[in-house]
Design a protein around this ligand. Structure first.
Ligand code: G6P
Length: 367
C-alpha cells in the first residue's frame, strides 16, 4: 500500500543517512591514533597470513561488489595476489588452490548459502585458512570461519544492502590491506591511517539537493551506465532500472555503441584517480588525450562524481556530485553514498518499494 511504501522509503533513507555514523563505528577502536591501524580481527587476519601466496574473496550480491573494491585495495596497499569470486560460481568450479592460500568470505547476514558452502568445501576440509567479514554477530559464517572482522553496522532492514556493506565492509577491507601492507613492509600506514580517521568525519551526504534534482530529470531513464577506473569501476546502484558498472577504458570496446540521449552515464572521476585525465577524455566532446569514448559527443547525458574543489567538469556535465578530497583508495567510501541516494530518490519517485524490491530476499539461505 501507499503507506507501507512511504514507511519503507523513510527507513531506507535513514539507513543511507546513517552511514557516516556507521563508518565511524566500523573504525572505532580500530584506528586508535595516527600510528596504528587495525582491530584485533584485522590484525589477526593479516598476521596469520603475511606470506599467503593468494587471497581469494568469495561473496554474493552487494558483498561481491565490496569485494571487487577490496581487490584493488589488497593489490595496491598490501601487494597481494588476489581473486574475487562469485561464491555461487566458485562453489561449483574446480579451482587450483594452494594450501597456503587464504579465503575471505564477505557476507552481511553471514547466512548466504553459496558463501557458506564455499568455505566448507575449500576451507575447512583442506585445512585452508578461511576468514569472515560479517555484520551479523554469531551468524553461521562468523561461527564457521577461523577468525574475522565484524562490521558493527547494526541491524539492516532494507533488502538491498546499503549501510552494512558499503562503508563498513570497505573499512574492514582497507584496514586489513593496510595491516597486511605493513606486515609485508610494502607500506607505512602512519599517514594513511591518519587519513582514514579524517575521512570518517567528512560529511558524505551534503549532495542531497543536487542528487534529488538529478533524480527528477533521470527518473524515466531505462538504462544507466556507470563508468570508473580502478577502485571505482565496481560502483553501481539500481532502482528497477538496468544499470551496468563498467571500467571506463573498456567503454571503447563495446558500451560506447549504446550511448545516446536515452542512456545517462555516471562517471566517477576524482582527481585523485591516477587515470583522472583519461576519465576527463571520456567526458570531453573532443578528446584531447586520444581516449576512445567521448560520451558527450554521442549525445549522452553525463553525471560526474568528483572532489568538491574540482570545477573542471562543471561545464561538460549535466550534474556534478561532490565529495571531500581524500586518498584515492579511500574515495569509494565517499562516492558510494551519493550513488545510493541517487538510486533511492529515483526509486522513490518511481514509486518503487525501496526496502523490499520485488523478487529479492534479504538473505538467500537456499541454493
Ligand atoms: C541477497 C540480498 C543482497 C545481498 C546478497 C548477499 O541477494 O538481496 O542485498 O547483497 O543477498 O548477502 P550477504 O548477507 O551474504 O551479504
Amino acid at each position: 500500500s501507499a503507506i507501507s511504501r512511504l514507511i519503507s522509503a523513510a527507513s531506507r533513507l535513514q539507513e543511507i543517512c546513517e552511514q557516516p555514523e556507521v563508518l565511524e563505528n566500523a573504525m572505532r577502536g580500530r584506528v586508535t591514533n595516527r600510528h596504528s591501524a587495525g582491530s584485533r580481527g584485522c590484525r589477526e587476519m593479516a598476521e596469520r597470513w603475511p606470506r599467503a601466496p593468494r587471497i581469494i574473496v568469495v561473496a554474493c550480491g552487494t558483498s561481491h561488489h565490496a569485494g571487487l573494491i577490496g581487490e584493488y585495495l589488497l593489490e595496491n596497499l598490501a601487494r597481494c595476489s588476489r581473486d574475487v569470486e562469485y561464491a555461487s560460481e566458485f562453489r561449483y568450479r574446480n579451482p587450483i588452490l594452494c594450501r597456503e592460500d587464504v579465503l575471505i568470505a564477505i557476507s552481511q547476514s553471514g547466512e548466504t548459502a553459496d558463501t557458506r558452502s564455499r568455505r566448507r568445501r575449500s576451507g575447512k576440509s583442506a585445512r585452508r585458512l578461511c576468514l569472515g567479514i560479517c555484520n551479523t554477530v554469531g551468524s553461521s559464517i562468523a561461527r564457521e570461519t577461523d577468525g574475522g572482522v565484524y562490521l558493527h553496522a547494526g541491524p539492516e532492514i532494507g533488502v538491498a544492502s546499503t549501510k552494512a556493506l558499503s562503508a563498513p565492509a570497505l573499512v574492514a577491507l582497507t584496514l586489513i590491506a593496510l595491516k597486511l601492507g605493513k606486515e609485508r613492509e610494502t607500506l607505512s600506514p602512519e599517514e594513511l591511517s591518519a587519513n582514514l580517521g579524517a575521512t570518517a568525519r567528512r560529511c558524505v551526504l551534503e549532495q542531497k539537493g543536487t542528487v534529488y534534482e538529478m533524480a527528477k530529470v533521470f527518473k524515466y531513464a531505462s538504462n544507466f551506465l556507470f563508468l570508473g577506473r580502478g577502485y571505482h569501476y565496481p560502483l553501481k546502484e539500481i532502482s528497477y532500472i538496468h544499470a551496468e558498472g563498467y571500467p571506463a577504458a573498456e567503454m571503447k570496446h563495446g558500451p560506447i555503441a549504446l550511448i545516446d540521449q536515452f542512456m545517462p552515464v555516471v562517471i566517477i572521476a576524482p582527481t585523485s584517480d591516477p587515470n583522472y585525465r583519461k576519465l576527463v577524455s571520456n567526458i570531453e566532446e573532443a578528446s584531447a588525450h586520444g581516449g576512445g569514448g567521448a560520451v558527450r559527443a554521442r549525445g549522452g547525458s553525463v553525471i560526474a562524481i568528483t572532489e568538491e574543489d574540482n570545477h573542471e567538469l562543471d561545464a561538460q556535465c549535466e550534474y556534478v556530485m561532490r565529495v571531500p578530497s581524500t586518498a584515492d583508495f579511500l574515495m569509494p567510501l565517499l562516492c558510494v553514498a551519493p550513488l545510493q541516494l541517487m538510486a533511492y530518490y529515483i526509486a522513490d519517485m518511481r514509486q518503487c518499494n525501496v526496502d523490499q524490491p520485488r523478487n529479492l530476499a534479504k538473505s538467500v539461505t537456499v541454493e
